[in-house]
Design a protein around this ligand. Structure first.
Ligand code: F6P
Length: 357
């Protein structure tokens, strides 16, 4: 283990999100300016270390990126390890291309910015003998061992603003509007955006819904003189009793299932129903103020971990404190919405429907 890290690499993997560039800037500037390190940018996620595609980061190319969406490094979802590669590397002298290129590039540490899959891969690389530090990002906010990930607040703001706009059309036309937000396994985004946008129905993967319960609720609203209803659907939400063609809840579907849900609701309520799938709009554009600050702070803390030789850890937020946790506490885990979460309880007390009662 290198005592005085001189040269570090940074990669971003998995889906992009607002705040990645702010974090890259935080890591790179503190590493270069404060600690005199050299910083290498790895292009396209783990793929850029397997078949090396790298460039030197400097003060110029890490300036002016704080507010920029996406990632200047590029990203990919390419699975890092080939079949049996992980087992071979952990159980024999075999060195993966990652280890070989890490050594050839003269790196003392690799900083991996990503979500669940990235932290799992980072943990494996650490076990293979590389020095790794992780940073938590995802609009899904579903990483274990951190209260929040950067990108989440930006996505919530985008989704909440979109719901506000859809609200006015729902009002004008007296329609049921199904708004699908991202959230493959966890419903944090649907829950927060749904509450802030005044969603009448919020459907999340952690609380399986019954279509009759949702339809009854909408019909009852109608009877009480409320001619519009907003249904906020997380893409991974699932029916408690899926019908023959119901594929909701089987991970993120490639194509939205919001249309089939809308059709079921229209059939059941006889109310005109429309769909808006927000999709990648939620991952794009400039990070909100909260994410800029969080990404910068976590980025600088990642550099400090490197200086302190605390490899194999991910920077994290615990009760407003910036801290770090061993990667093994994050790898392979997903932080789901507890069905009795305070926000679910509060929403239920203002009679928001989750389709379970
Ligand atoms: O992990 C973040 C996320 O936006 C999920 O909410 C969504 O299911 C998934 O990424 C979409 O991934 P892709 O970029 O591969 O289409």
């Amino acid at each position: 283990m290198s005592k005085n890290p001189k040269r570090i690499g940074i990669l971003t993997a998995g889906g992009d999100c607002p705040g990645l560039n702010a974090a890259i800037r935080g890591i790179a500037k503190s590493a270069m300016l404060e600690y005199g390190m050299e910083v290498v940018g790895v292009r396209g996620g783990f793929a850029g270390l397997r078949e090396p595609d790298t460039f030197e980061l400097d003060d110029a190319n890490t300036s002016g990126i704080l507010t920029r969406g996406g990632t200047i490094l590029g990203t990919s979802r390419v699975p890092p390890f080939g079949e049996d590669e992980e087992k071979r590397a952990l159980e024999s002298d075999y060195k993966t291309p990652f280890q070989q290129h890490y050594e050839r590039l003269g790196l003392d540490c690799l900083v991996c910015l990503g979500g669940n899959g990235t932290m799992t891969a980072a943990h494996i690389l650490q076990r293979m003998g590389m020095n790794v530090v992780g940073l938590p990002k995802t609009i899904d906010n579903d990483l274990a061992a951190t209260d929040v990930t950067f990108g989440f607040r930006s996505a919530c703001q985008i989704a909440s603003d979109a719901i506000d706009r859809i609200h006015t059309t729902a009002q004008s036309h007296h329609r049921v509007m199904v708004v699908e937000v991202m959230g493959r396994d966890a419903g944090w985004l649907a829950l927060e955006a749904g509450v802030s946008g005044g969603g009448d129905v919020i459907l999340i993967p952690e609380i399986p819904y019954r279509i009759e319960a949702v339809a009854d609720y909408i019909r009852e609203r109608h009877r009480r003189g409320k001619p519009l209803s907003l249904v906020i659907l997380a893409e991974g939400a699932r029916a408690a009793d899926p019908g023959a063609d119901d594929t909701l809840g089987k991970g993120a579907p490639k194509f939205s299932k919001a249309h089939s849900l809308a059709q079921e609701l229209e059939d059941a309520t006889r109310l005109q129903t429309r769909v808006s799938v927000l999709g990648y709009i939620q991952r794009g554009g400039s990070p909100v103020q909260f994410d800029r600050v969080l990404a910068t702070t976590l980025g600088v803390r990642a550099t400090e971990l490197i200086v302190e030789g605390r490899f194999g850890e991910m920077v994290a937020v615990d009760n407003n404190d910036i801290t770090s946790v061993p990667l093994e506490r994050v790898a392979g885990r997903t932080r789901l919405v507890p069905p009795d979460h305070h926000l679910v309880k509060a929403a239920k007390k203002i009679w928001t429907c989750f389709g379970d009662e």
